[in-house]
Design a protein around this ligand. Structure first.
Ligand SMILES: CC(C)=CCC/C(C)=C/CC/C(C)=C/C=C/C(C)=C/C=C/C=C(C)/C=C/C=C(C)/C=C/C=C(C)/C=C/CC(C)(C)O
Ligand SMILES: C[S@@+](CC[C@H](N)C(=O)[O-])C[C@H]1O[C@@H](n2cnc3c(N)ncnc32)[C@H](O)[C@@H]1O
Length: 379
């Protein structure tokens, strides 16, 4: 669907508003008038939050590194003195951290001068994947040290480029240690993705699933548990595939699973699955590689089979910054790929030969959105 041309009259109101609000006297009036005061205050807070976001992230990082959330989950609310001793912090510093985390909704004051989990601390206490991402962000933020150089392409490849070797070296997983590090992060964060995907698209009617770029098999394992008669297969780069083999055998799925090593940019995918999944794979690649990948998936699918594409997408209602700001810059630092709007993914799927492409709602679109595409012809 092509976008309609932007009519010039739609610019008139923002241009008028900007000219008005650029005037110091108008801003002072806006701050003073009861009807507009709340907007002025909210804007100030929003600008401050943008400036201070890194500081908030570091408060979160300190809590995760110190294990604050897990402790409060297992031990219940505790006093500052108890926490200072448990976390090996000077009492003054501990009080400062608890106040900071409290102001951000991570912790919450309880009776008896104790501190418990706040509404935003609870997800971090219960989800090891979220904590793994917070720890991983330390590398991302180092790469963002000079965002202008990053945009101009004048900074040397940074930590994310080394963490994800297939970005920049297509088809390379960097060896067992490097592949192990990125696969472990993906496996730790897969449960929250898999829960969304399996809730949105139950797999019970399928017989054979191929998870392309399926990492160490965490999704295949969860899919097998959710659909007991499903045969699950994983295709990934060699050192990642070796981990998937071990994992699926360890999960007692040796008889119901198969693991294939190769590159979807060079090698043929195993044919015959009636459902192929691409979870958090497409956004890692530029358009030419995505075209190759989707065409390979179309060819591998059994006639009448379907592809399930799931990843965070640009332009997600209520989560625009997640796609365009967070993943836009994450993938820039990594060296390739982009978050795509759902319309662009639909177009790429149709170009690859898929006939019926539809969106399936997930409960947390910020985490992942899902497209289902049918192969109706024969291969
Ligand atoms: C019961 C009473 C009284 C009230 C109830 C009130 C109520 C309804 C509360 C709701 C409670 C609730 C269900 C809360 C749920 C919270 C959730 C689900 C929070 C989830 C947060 C998820 C976040 C912040 C996810 C962040 C994900 C990130 C940063 C992902 C990064 C991914 C990366 C880096 C992937 C890299 C892979 C690559 C290379 C891009 O391909
Ligand atoms: C971001 S991870 C996602 C892993 C998994 N799908 C998940 O959601 O947890 C991308 C995966 O694609 C794999 N990959 C990248 N390039 C590949 C290629 N050319 N051929 C096969 N797998 C590839 C990586 O090894 C990695 O396991």
């Amino acid at each position: 669907m092509s976008a309609l041309p932007w009519p010039p009259w739609r610019d008139a109101w923002p241009r008028w508003r900007d000219r008005l609000l650029a005037r110091e006297d108008v801003r002072r009036w806006a701050e003073a008038l009861p009807l507009t005061r709340w907007i002025a205050r909210r804007r100030a807070r929003q600008v401050f939050d943008l400036m201070a976001g890194f500081v908030y992230s570091q408060v979160l990082l300190a809590c995760v590194r110190l294990g604050v959330f897990e402790r409060l989950l297992t031990e219940g609310p505790q006093t500052s003195a108890w926490l200072a001793q448990a976390l090996n912090l000077p009492s003054d510093a501990c009080e400062r951290l608890l106040r900071a985390a409290g102001s951000l909704g991570l912790l919450e004051r309880r009776s008896g001068d104790r501190h418990g989990l706040g509404p935003l601390g609870l997800p971090l206490a219960t989800d090891a994947g979220l904590r793994a991402l917070v720890l991983h962000h330390a590398a991302f933020y180092r790469d963002l040290d000079d965002p202008v150089a990053l945009l101009r392409g004048t900074s040397p490849p940074g930590e994310l480029a080394r963490f994800w070797p297939y970005a920049g070296q297509p088809g390379r997983d960097g060896g067992a240690e490097t592949a192990g590090a990125y696969s472990a992060l993906m496996a730790a964060t897969q449960p929250m993705v898999a829960a969304q995907v399996l809730q949105a698209v139950p797999l019970g009617r399928h017989r054979r699933l191929l998870d392309v770029g399926g990492g160490e098999g965490a999704f295949a394992e969860q899919a097998a548990a959710a659909a007991p008669s499903l045969q699950v297969e994983v295709f990934d780069l060699p050192d990642v595939a070796a981990r998937a083999r071990l994992r699926l055998e360890g999960a007692g799925l040796a008889g119901r699973s198969r693991v294939w090593a190769g590159s979807f940019l060079q090698d043929r995918l195993p044919a015959g699955a009636d459902v192929v999944t691409l979870l958090r794979v497409v956004h890692d690649h530029d358009d030419a590689a995505v075209a190759t990948l989707l065409r390979a998936v179309w060819q591998a699918l059994a006639p009448g089979g379907r592809l399930l594409l799931a990843e965070p997408m640009a332009g997600t209602p209520g989560a625009h910054a997640m796609g365009d700001a967070y993943f836009g810059f994450y993938l820039l630092a990594m060296g390739q790929g982009r978050p795509r709007p759902v319309e662009r993914l639909e177009a790429l799927l149709r170009e690859a030969g898929f006939q019926r492409v539809r969106r399936v709602a997930t409960r947390q679109p910020l985490l992942v959105q899902v497209l289902v595409a049918d192969k109706t012809g024969s291969s």
